[in-house]
Design a protein around this ligand. Structure first.
Ligand SMILES: [Zn+2]
Ligand SMILES: [Zn+2]
Length: 671
C-alpha cells in the first residue's frame, strides 16, 4: 500500500479481492478473476491539527486466505524487475527451456512467474536479437565493401544464437603476415550489452609496437567455443605461429593444444608472478612467506633445470604440493630455463594486449550494442592505419641521431645499423656496443671463447659455440650480443652483418608493412577564381595557398608536411582529408562547408566563420581551432589524442562525439 498523504486528505484502501468481475461481451469461457467480493477495507484521514493519520474505518476480516504463495500470483506482483528481465533474456539466449527458466526465476525472485511471462520476455528478446543480428551483419558487410582485404565470419549455434564473430581488416592481416611468429591473446569483458567477451589477437612489430591482428566476440569462454575461434584464426590465415602468449587459463590452453598442437604456449610472466604472490600468501605461514616467494621467483627466472628443482625441493611441504599439482606439468610455459628457447623476440608478458584492452574500455562500455561495438573497433583500426602513415613518414624522412657511449670505431657501427634495422633494434644493439666498449681493452681470446680480466685481477670466462652465444639477449632477440662482437673484434671480423639479422628487425620489412599509402608529387602556389573546383592532392613538403574563393570546391587530400591556407571563401566547400603533419588554415569563411577528415598530427585553424558548417572527423593527434564562429554548426567526431578549441561562437551549434584522450574547449559560446 503506497500512500502519498501530502496529496490526499483521506484514503480508502480496499482489498484487491473487493467487488465482482464483470465480463465484457458474451463469452462462454470461464474467466478466472480475483474479484470475489471481499469486504476488507480501511479508511485513513489526514488530521492536520494533530499532524497524524487517523484510521476512521476498518474491516480487517478477509473472505479468503492470506498466504504469501497466493498473494504472489497477482499480475502486479509478477512484473519482473529490470535485472530479472535481463536474467531471463540471458537464459533464453543460452537456450534454457522456458519451464526451467520459470522454475529458476520463481525460486530466486519469490515471484510466481507464469510460463506466459517468460514467453513474453523471450519473444521480445528474439525480436531484438534478430535486429541486432541484421545490424551486426550490415556493419561487417560494410567493412568488407570499404576494405577489400578484410573478412569476417559469424558462427551461429544450434539454438540460433550467435556463437562467435571473427573479423580481420586488411591492415590486421598484413601485420599478421609480416609478424606471425608470436601471437598475444587475451579476452576483455564488459564492453557490450550482451556480456560477450571480446578476444584480441595481437602481434609485436619490428619496432616493438603492438598491432591487433584479429578481433573476436564470443558467447562464452568454454574450450569448445575457444577452439572454434582458433579454427577461424588458423583457417583464415595461412601463417606459421611459433608461440602463443596467454594468461593462465585452462580452457584457452586446452583449445590451443587441440587446434594448434605444434604451437608452444608461453604464460604471461607478469601473471605468473602475481599468482605466485597470491599463492604464497594463501599457502605459507608468516615465517615461511618471504623465503618461499624468493624460491618461486628463482624458479620463474631459473637458469637451469638443477636450480629449478633444488628451489622446488626447498619449498614448505604443503606449498610444494600445490606447485607440483598446478604448475609443474606446465613448467615449459613459464620457467625461464625452458622458455628462453621459445620464440618470443624478448616479449615475456601479455602487456601489449592488456594495454590495448584497457584502451578498449574507453571506446566501449557495458551498454554498447554489438553492432556499435563492432563499428567502434573498425573505426579504431582505421585510425591505427592512419597513424602508421605518420610512422612511415617518420622512419622515412627524419634523421634519428643517437648518442653512443663508445669510441668512434665502435660508435660508427651503430650509425650503419640504423640504416638497416628498426629504431628498437638499434637501441638494443647500441646497448651491446656500449657494453663491449667498457671492456674492449680487457678481452683475451681463448679456445672456447674469451675471458676478461678486470681491475682487481678477477677473471671471467665467456664461452661461445661456433661463434654463437647462449646468453638471453642473443637467444631471445636473435641479434648479435656483445660477447659475439667481442670475439669478432679480436679476430678482425666485422662486428655486424645484415645476413645475420632476423627479418623481423629489418627496417625495410617494417616500412613495407606500414606503407598502406604511398605519397608523392609536388605542387606550387594556387590562386583561385570563381566557381572552380580546386583539388590539392598528394603534396609533400609544399606550401599551398588558396585565396578568394567564391562558390568553389576546395579539396585538400593526402598532404604531408605542408602548409595549406584557404582564405576568404564564400559559399564554398572545403574538404581537408588525410593530411599528415600539415598546417591548414581556413580563414574568413562565409556560408561554406568545411570538412576536416582523417588528419594525423595536423594543425587546423578555421577562423572568422559565418553561417558555415564545420565538421571535424577522425583526427589523430591533431589540434583543431575554430574561431569567431557566427550562426554556424560545428561537429567534432571520433578524434583521438586531439585538441579541439571552438571560440567566440554566436548562435552556433557545437556537437562533440567520441573523443578519445582529447581536449575539447568551447569558449565564449552565446545562445
Ligand atoms: Zn481480501
Ligand atoms: Zn651473448
Amino acid at each position: 500500500m503506497a500512500l502519498v498523504m501530502t496529496q490526499f486528505e483521506q484514503c480508502d484502501d480496499l482489498c484487491i479481492h473487493q467487488g465482482t468481475f464483470q465480463t465484457r461481451g458474451c463469452e462462454k469461457r470461464e474467466t478466472s478473476s480475483h474479484k470475489i467480493g471481499c469486504q476488507a477495507r480501511f479508511k485513513l484521514v489526514c488530521k492536520r491539527e494533530k499532524n497524524a493519520l487517523v484510521i476512521t474505518q476498518a474491516n480487517i476480516v478477509h473472505s479468503h486466505s492470506l498466504v504469501q504463495q497466493e498473494a504472489c500470483h497477482y499480475s502486479d506482483d509478477r512484473i519482473p524487475s529490470v535485472e530479472e528481465r535481463d536474467e531471463v533474456a540471458k537464459l533464453v539466449q543460452l537456450g534454457v527451456p522456458a519451464s526451467k527458466i520459470q522454475d529458476h526465476m520463481s525460486q530466486t525472485s519469490g515471484k510466481a512467474f507464469k510460463r506466459v511471462d517468460i514467453h513474453n520476455i523471450a519473444s521480445r528478446v528474439k525480436q531484438n536479437q534478430q535486429s541486432v543480428e541484421a545490424d551486426t551483419w550490415a556493419v561487417l558487410q560494410k567493412m568488407t565493401q570499404a576494405d577489400a582485404g578484410s573478412h569476417f565470419s559469424i558462427l551461429i549455434a544450434e539454438n540460433s544464437t550467435v556463437d562467435l564473430i571473427f573479423f580481420q581488416t586488411s591492415n590486421m592481416r598484413r601485420f599478421l603476415q609480416s609478424y606471425p611468429s608470436v601471437i598475444f591473446m587475451d579476452g576483455t569483458y564488459c564492453i557490450n550489452n550482451l556480456g560477450y567477451p571480446v578476444y584480441v589477437f595481437m602481434c609485436v612489430d619490428g619496432d616493438l609496437k603492438g598491432h591487433v591482428v584479429a578481433y573476436a566476440i564470443v558467447r562464452d569462454e568454454t574450450k569448445v567455443t575457444l577452439a572454434h575461434l582458433l579454427e577461424q584464426f588458423v583457417s583464415k590465415n595461412n601463417v606459421e605461429v611459433d608461440t602463443f602468449v596467454v594468461d593462465k587459463d585452462a580452457a584457452e590452453i586446452a583449445a590451443i593444444k587441440q587446434v594448434m598442437p605444434g604451437v608452444k604456449i608461453l604464460l604471461c610472466r607478469f601473471h605468473v608472478a602475481s599468482t605466485f604472490k597470491d599463492a604464497t600468501n594463501k599457502y605459507c605461514n608468516r615465517s615461511e612467506k618471504t623465503e618461499a616467494h624468493s624460491l618461486l621467483m628463482k624458479m620463474l627466472y631459473s637458469d637451469s633445470e638443477e636450480t629449478f628443482f633444488s628451489c622446488l625441493q626447498a619449498l614448505p611441504l604443503n606449498f610444494k604440493t600445490y606447485i607440483n599439482k598446478n604448475w609443474l606439468t606446465i613448467k615449459q610455459s613459464w620457467a625461464q630455463h625452458e622458455t628462453k628457447h621459445l620464440t618470443t623476440w624478448g616479449s615475456f608478458t601479455n602487456n601489449v594486449v592488456e594495454r590495448h584492452n584497457r584502451m578498449l574500455k574507453t571506446i566501449s562500455h557495458h551498454n554498447k550494442s554489438l553492432p556499435a561495438l563492432l563499428k567502434a573497433l573498425i573505426a579504431l583500426n582505421d585510425s591505427e592505419t592512419r597513424k602508421q602513415l605518420h610512422k612511415l613518414y617518420e622512419l622515412n624522412l627524419k634523421v634519428r641521431p643517437t648518442f653512443v657511449k663508445a669510441p668512434m670505431h665502435l660508435a660508427s657501427i651503430v650509425g650503419d645499423m640504423a640504416k638497416v634495422v628498426t629504431p628498437a633494434a638499434v637501441a638494443m644493439l647500441k646497448k651491446q656496443i656500449e657494453e663491449l666498449a667498457k671492456v674492449e681493452d680487457q678481452i683475451m681470446l681463448c679456445e672456447t671463447g674469451f675471458s676478461i680480466v678486470d681491475a682487481h685481477q678477477q677473471v671471467k670466462m665467456y664461452s661461445l659455440e661456433d661463434g654463437n652465444c647462449n646468453c638471453l639477449f642473443h637467444l631471445n632477440r636473435g641479434l648479435p650480443c656483445w660477447h659475439m662482437m667481442a670475439v669478432r673484434l679480436k679476430t678482425g671480423m666485422s662486428l655486424f652483418s645484415l645476413e645475420e639479422v632476423p627479418p623481423r628487425w629489418l627496417l625495410k620489412n617494417l616500412m613495407n608493412c606500414l606503407s598502406t599509402v604511398i605519397v608523392n608529387g609536388d605542387i606550387g602556389n594556387w590562386e583561385v577564381v570563381q566557381a572552380s573546383k580546386v583539388v590539392v592532392e598528394s603534396c609533400v613538403d609544399s606550401d599551398v595557398v588558396v585565396e578568394s574563393c567564391v562558390d568553389s570546391d576546395v579539396a585538400v587530400e593526402s598532404v604531408v608536411d605542408s602548409d595549406v591556407a584557404v582564405e576568404s571563401c564564400v559559399d564554398s566547400d572545403v574538404a581537408v582529408e588525410s593530411c599528415v603533419d600539415t598546417e591548414v588554415v581556413v580563414e574568413s569563411v562565409v556560408d561554406s562547408d568545411v570538412a576536416v577528415e582523417s588528419c594525423v598530427d595536423t594543425e587546423v585553424v578555421v577562423e572568422s566563420v559565418v553561417d558555415s558548417d564545420v565538421a571535424v572527423e577522425s583526427c589523430v593527434d591533431s589540434e583543431v581551432v575554430v574561431e569567431s564562429v557566427v550562426d554556424s554548426e560545428v561537429v567534432v567526431e571520433s578524434c583521438v589524442d586531439s585538441e579541439v578549441v571552438v571560440e567566440s561562437g554566436v548562435d552556433s551549434e557545437v556537437v562533440v562525439e567520441s573523443g578519445v584522450d582529447s581536449e575539447v574547449v568551447v569558449e565564449s559560446g552565446r545562445q
